[in-house]
Design a protein around this ligand. Structure first.
Ligand code: AMP
Length: 367
């Protein structure tokens, strides 16, 4: 069925409508909980049996993302489809759109975020600062890039990278060939080292009517390339806050974005910001909003894609969110006994070192 043949569900979507989610991880699980709270039913498409999102959803279509029959089933069942996983092929989102079901965010936003060279070029074109970079197709490109950018520089795969995977620091030209091979000889990007003092992020939303809302800046600390701790609202200069909100607004407007997005930032010593990367989905560094805001990032995303008004983003408490990685999750009895700890467990069947198993947020009064 094509877009013209199918009558689209009118917006705002009424409770009872079905929302499709591509991906079955913890972000999908928390989106599904938020959708259920607003009276929607969720259909999850995931290749993973018994996925965290499936166990709180109305229905699961268990299939690879590019399975034509599964996509047709999802398009038929749902009033709108979104995604929780940014490595879903952008063509799949485009195909769903072609099958007559609206998708949000768009395949354009997804494709922009999926390739680090396209992503950084997009930001540069909007006048938003990033580190300097060079596209890498051969080991010789690394040598040339290093000469221009200076070392050490960070080599990353253009696609499919997350949580610091697919990355290698390059200090001298002699390291170029081995690093290129080690990362698989695929297209890459070489990035100048960001001389940051802190890592921050901003979670923002844009509605179907173009309305924009941003949560306050979050300060993030990583361990082994994985987010460990988020503190929000981050203490920052007023002009740093304003710059973050302005760049988030520009990004979402230029992509004609609908939904919630997370933008990871480097703060320099003078308070200026560089964009590190853009996630076209709800974001781990926004989990604190679940407990410290009236409308959290998951509900905000559902509101945005369903054509509902965006909710307030002002926190009513200071939040400290810690990820429970791997065996950290075994501390759940102590966390459950702590009166001020808000515990979220993702229901993953297997504990794997470094795997995001849950998170805990502690609230204190706003200073
Ligand atoms: P990414 O996968 O791009 O988010 O990178 C993972 C982590 O590596 C970031 O959170 C930073 O701590 C670090 N990092 C990434 N890019 C750079 C860069 N150009 N300069 C310095 N550190 C970086």
């Amino acid at each position: 069925m094509t877009l013209s043949q199918r009558s689209l569900a009118p917006l705002p979507l009424s409770p009872g409508a079905k929302i499709g989610i591509l991906g079955g991880g913890q972000l999908g699980r928390m989106l599904a909980l938020a959708a259920a709270r607003l009276g929607f039913d969720v259909v999850v498409l995931t290749p993973e049996a018994d996925a965290p999102a499936s166990r709180v959803a109305d229905r699961t279509v268990l299939a690879p993302y590019d399975d034509a029959a599964a996509l047709a089933e999802l398009a038929q069942a749902c009033a709108i489809v979104t995604f929780e996983f940014e490595n879903v092929p952008a063509e799949v989102v485009a195909a769903l759109h072609g099958l007559g079901v609206p998708t949000a965010p768009s395949d354009l936003a997804l494709a922009t975020a999926q390739d680090r060279v396209i992503e950084k070029t997009f930001f540069r074109d909007q006048g938003i600062a990033t580190v300097d970079f060079a596209a890498v197709d051969t080991a010789d490109d690394i040598v040339a890039g290093l000469a221009r950018l200076g070392g050490p520089a960070l080599l990353k795969t253009r696609r499919d990278g997350y949580d610091g995977k697919g990355q290698a620091w390059i200090a001298t030209p002699e390291e170029a060939h081995a690093a290129f091979e080690r990362l698989g000889g695929v297209p890459m990007i070489l990035e100048a080292r960001a001389p940051f003092v802190r890592e921050l992020s901003i979670i923002a939303a844009r509605g179907r009517d173009g309305a924009f809302a941003a949560y306050p800046l979050t300060e993030n600390t990583h361990r082994g390339g994985v987010l460990h701790l988020s503190i929000a609202p981050a203490e920052a200069m007023a002009r740093t806050h304003e710059a973050a909100i302005a760049l988030a607004r520009t990004t979402l407007e230029r992509l004609d974005y609908v939904g919630v997005a997370g933008i990871e930032l480097f703060e320099l010593a003078n308070g200026e910001l560089l964009v590190n990367e853009f996630a076209p989905r709800v974001h781990n560094s926004g989990h604190w909003t679940l407990d410290a805001c009236e409308v959290d990032q998951f509900e905000q995303h559902i509101r945005a894609i369903a054509g509902w008004p965006l909710g307030p983003t002002q926190p009513f408490a200071q939040a400290r969110m810690e990820n429970l990685l791997g065996a950290d999750v075994e501390t759940w009895p102590a966390l459950a006994a702590e009166p001020d700890a808000r515990l979220w467990l993702y229901g993953k069947r297997e504990t794997v070192a470094g795997r995001k198993m849950g998170h805990v947020t502690r609230l204190t009064p706003l200073g």
